[in-house]
Design a protein. Structure first.
Ligand code: SF4
Length: 408
């Protein structure tokens, strides 16, 4: 039985780095016990990147591929894009009518972030940015999430969500919204290979999807103890980035590593080799899974639809051999609008789709889903995630409108 409902999300930043891994691994564990909604927070990214939307589709795709590669299961959990479930924007609007401005202005990160962006020459003192904690509350409360996995730094935002739930319940004399509880997790801060904050824009990150060669290059580029010029010099692990990584990924041997570094029994070349092997062990299976998803075969898409059907126990009304004419009609409509790439995919997979339909393995709805997703696995799971999240969102909005007397 599910322990409760969880909503968690990430802004679409493209390929993720190993600093994100602990959060994702936590999600993977949580999906065993909770009903999970994992959201690509594209509306949140607009609060600061409203003028940088050209890479959004690709960034969403790359990030979702990383989620899947780490082990997010789109059959167990709803994986969806925030803006595709438009009720998020609607609930945000309803909440924004009664949230005092002072609640938002006192948010500890608000002024810091405005100043930080200001130093980079960007003014984010917008209506949307000030209100992003309200959007966050709408995201969580939309699914009546009772649990939110957070790091300690996000606790003030969660408290605001709880206040927003309380205020709504008080104003409209209802008990509609639960006050979500924090599920505190410890997420180690992985530094960039140069010791600064890990960031793609600094070029100091190790991507979750990095090739073995890239991992080697990044580990080799790590800054070690600058005072240790020769192999026989005594080392100081406290000022070495490799040591920080050993602390995270090789904690059991940390005392030994530090001791042998200080006594110069350990050399930096071997120390880095050891770390490379550890990171490689961590990333190799993720890379393999990513390759399967990137390969994007029809079989992968079909099996996903079948597993989903099994989970939701959707009954297939007709499993006898079927007439293929309706599928052809769908193909014809698709063909008229399809680009070159889509036509090629249809030529390649069309006969298999028809065979699976005729044998009763997939339904006409499945065929439509595959066409809507243009035979793209990521699009398919986002589309199904949108349907699942959307069903709950529609119900929530109905209840909210009822509570607010918005009946017409
Ligand atoms: S031996 Fe390892 S911990 Fe010590 S300075 Fe070299 S890389 Fe850093």
């Amino acid at each position: 039985m599910s322990k409760g409902t969880i909503l968690s999300g990430m802004r679409p930043t493209g390929k993720l780095h190993i600093g994100h891994l602990s959060v994702l691994e936590n999600w993977v564990k949580l999906q065993q016990d909770y009903r999970c909604y994992f959201m690509v927070a594209d509306l949140h990214s607009l609060t600061t990147k409203f003028d940088e939307t050209e890479n959004l589709p690709n960034d969403i795709r790359e990030m979702v591929l990383d989620w899947l590669s780490v082990g997010i299961d789109p059959v167990k959990s709803a994986v969806f894009v925030q803006s595709s479930v438009t009720q998020h924007a609607e609930l945000h609007l309803y909440f924004s009518m009664n949230i005092p401005l002072s609640w938002l202005e006192r948010c500890p990160t608000y002024k810091d972030q405005v100043a930080q962006f200001g130093r980079q020459g960007k003014d984010i003192t917008t209506y949307g940015f000030l209100g992003y904690p309200v959007l966050q509350a709408a995201d969580i409360l939309m699914y009546f999430a009772d649990t939110v996995p957070v790091g300690e730094d996000q606790l003030p935002h969660l408290e605001l969500t709880r206040e927003i739930a309380r205020r709504f319940n008080f104003l409209y004399k209802t008990e509609l919204f639960p006050e979500p509880q924090a599920l505190l997790g410890k997420f180690p801060l992985v530094p960039g290979v140069d010791g600064r904050k890990m960031s793609k824009s600094y070029g100091n990150d190790i991507a979750i999807s990095a090739s073995s060669e890239d991992v080697r290059k990044r580990v080799n580029a790590m800054v070690t103890d600058p005072g240790r010029v020769r192999r026989e010099d005594l080392g100081n692990p406290d000022v070495c980035i490799v040591n920080k990584y050993q602390e995270i990924y090789n904690n059991e041997l940390l005392a030994y590593i530090q001791k042998t570094c200080r006594s110069a029994e350990r050399g930096c070349v071997n120390c880095k080799k050891e770390l490379y092997n550890l990171v490689e062990q961590l990333l190799a299976p993720i890379r393999e899974r990513r390759a399967i998803y990137e390969n994007n075969t029809y079989e992968l898409q079909r099996d996903y639809l079948l597993k989903l059907k099994n989970k939701t126990r959707t009954k297939d009304p007709d499993t006898n051999e079927r007439d293929e004419a309706p599928v052809h009609r769908k193909f014809d409509r698709y063909w008229k609008k399809a680009g070159r790439k889509e036509k090629e995919t249809l030529k390649k997979t069309g006969s298999q789709v028809i065979a699976d339909y005729k044998s009763g393995l997939i339904t006409l709805n499945d065929v439509q889903s595959l066409l809507d997703a243009r035979f793209d696995f990521v699009s398919l799971i986002l589309q199904k995630g949108k349907e699942r999240a959307g069903r709950q969102a529609v119900k929530t909005i109905e209840q909210v409108r009822e509570a607010m007397n918005l009946r017409y």
